[in-house]
Design a protein around this ligand. Structure first.
Ligand code: SAJ
Length: 425
């Protein structure tokens, strides 16, 4: 049955989700505090990059099923998809979740369903949202239904994963779960698993923590490999041929608003029982420092005084424009601290936001002594070493993502080094 929806938060999750419901026939009212984003969306323009979003936004708006505003309005279903970041001290900042819940209170009516999609520490629905929703004077569970259905999509493949990924639905009671499941059935083709709200919260945080711990393990293997004449990438690939081994890949750190954040939710709740989780987080957080130290060392090894670095890749991962918690930004800070000069370039980040950023690749390379690959964008994989060499002062390349075929670069006359690989000197 077609519903009216009010989606609070029109970012990387809220906007694609709104558009998805709208093109499946629901009437969607999107809400965001950012007036500029609201105006752009209504004009069918994107304020974020996501594959397939532009045409779906146009379809949704043209069909008259989707509009954006800064204030909520009455609806059958409210979906909250706002940020849930951590503070400086690594504790969860639930202010956005709290404020979004408060914002919908005046519009919530008997029989409505409220769904939280944001990733949150276990017990947030029960302990943070429900007390606010009680202000509606509706009886929770019989007159007002509430659930957590965590988003699980990966940026860059959101529309595919919204449809194909299994979905977890954790209601505060069975009716809430069933109502939520029926709604997502509009477009979810995979299984929808029902549980309680707190278990759903825990499951989502576990997923990202699993990945963080696994990446920390890979990074530790890279540090070891850098010392013992081994290529960690090759060794991990070989180990992964074992049917029960699935080691992730090393890199300059873990970015994004999820994997670098969510493990702290468990650390905060149970600090004494989450030692491995905290160690992994710190291991990954130290990778940008390691990367900057390696850049400095490579330059010293080549006796290059006052080196100039060309840093390629500012987003936190390949082929997206999202820079939140990007390791690249931390590498930049480390280079600044060391007094090493650099230029930065990223074909996906169209506005100059990072230090010494240029939109012109040649300008970033001009006079550079070392090219450092920090993000494995497809554009970088296609770089021509001979051309790059012609633009640089010295020909050193440091690949932190195993994005380049370094044999080609060595052949072109580069001193080529990969993070986690000391196999060839
Ligand atoms: N990374 C590595 N090595 C790897 C994999 C990733 O260093 O083997 C780094 C990436 O370069 C990046 C960071 O980790 O900096 C995170 O990237 P990601 O692709 O692993 O994950 P996200 O943050 O884009 O999305 C994750 C996904 N969760 C899982 O894969 C378990 C996604 O499904 C979630 O919806 C999303 O978090 C979220 O919103 O929670």
């Amino acid at each position: 049955m077609k519903k009216s929806l009010c989606v609070v938060g029109l970012g990387y999750i809220g906007l694609p989700t709104s558009v998805m419901f709208a093109i499946h026939g629901h009437q969607v009212h999107g809400v965001d505090v950012n007036q500029k984003a609201v105006d752009m969306i209504n004009a069918k323009q994107l304020h974020i990059e996501e594959n397939g979003l532009q045409e779906r936004l146009e379809e949704a708006v043209d069909a008259g099923n989707f509009k954006a505003a800064v204030e909520p309005e009455e609806a059958d279903v409210f979906i909250i998809a706002v940020p849930s970041p951590i503070r400086e001290d690594k504790t969860a900042n639930l202010d956005y979740v709290r404020k979004a819940t408060q914002a919908i209170v005046p519009y919530v009516r008997e029989g409505n369903l409220v769904i939280l999609e944001s990733t949150v520490p276990p017990r947030t629905v029960e302990d943070v949202m429900l007390p606010v929703l009680e202000e509606t004077n509706l009886e929770i569970g019989t007159e007002l239904f509430v659930s957590h259905s965590p988003e699980r999509v990966i940026p860059g493949k959101v529309f595919q994963e919204l449809v194909e990924n299994d979905r977890i639905v954790g209601g505060i009671n069975e009716k809430s779960s069933e109502m939520t499941k029926d709604l997502y059935r509009s477009f979810v083709k995979a299984d929808i698993h029902l549980t309680d709200a707190t278990t759903a919260e825990m499951a989502k945080v576990i997923e990202n923590t699993y990945r963080d711990v696994n990446i920390a393990f890979a990074n530790e293997l890279a540090l070891i490999s850098d010392q013992i004449g081994v290529n960690a990438w090759e060794a991990i690939k070989l180990a992964n041929y074992h049917p029960r081994v699935n080691i992730h890949t090393p890199g300059p750190g873990v970015g994004g608003h999820c994997i670098a954040v969510d493990p702290w939710f468990l650390a905060e709740i149970q600090p004494d029982l989450s030692k491995m989780i905290q160690l992994s987080r710190n291991t990954n957080d130290n990778m940008p420092v390691y990367t900057a130290n390696q850049i400095e060392k490579l330059m010293k090894d080549q006796f290059i005084q006052d080196p100039k670095v060309a840093l390629f890749g500012l987003s936190f991962k390949a082929n997206i424009d999202d820079q939140r918690e990007s390791p690249s930004l931390k590498v930049i800070l480390e280079l600044v601290e060391k007094g090493i000069s650099f230029k930065t370039f990223d074909p996906h980040i169209k506005e100059n936001v990072a230090s010494n950023q240029t939109q012109d690749m040649d300008e970033a390379l001009e006079g550079a002594d070392i090219l450092v690959i920090l993000t494995d964008h497809d554009e970088f994989k296609k770089l021509d070493p001979a051309y790059i060499k012609s633009k640089m002062n010295n020909s050193v390349v440091y690949d932190t993502k195993n994005a380049l075929n370094l044999d080609n670069w060595t052949e072109a006359g580069f001193i080529a080094k990969r993070l986690g690989d000391s196999k060839n000197g």
